[in-house]
Design a protein around this ligand. Sequence first.
Ligand SMILES: [Zn+2]
Length: 131
Amino acid sequence: MRKVNCSICGGGMLCPESMLKAKHHVCGECFEERPDKVVKLDPAKTYLGAGEEAIDEMMADGMAMGLADTAFDEIWKEAKKHLKGLAEKERARHLFEAGAHLAILCMLEGARADKRRMERGRAGKNACHSG
Ligand SMILES: [Zn+2]
């Protein structure tokens, strides 16, 4: 590991030798605290000094927001019919179930799409990210 300076805050961070040539380096703190700046960097040319857990969290956040953007209206329209007369907690549970259902469908679909992509050897598009 070598010491480099974070491209966002300029603070010191560690970078493996193999990633020294990356155009940008982002420390774990900036990765978590300043995602707005991180998304502006070309991911192919950026070394993220964050743990896998933080990366998973950020991906999950992004996917959850994307799903909410594309599917919440649909879920809400459908769920509203069943929500009357339910306690607040029951309503929340109903919506959570609908959201989790969709997320799992999306993951399964994504896994299938990945498999197809690998079989065909060319890039396809995951419906979950089509916006
Ligand atoms: Zn930083």
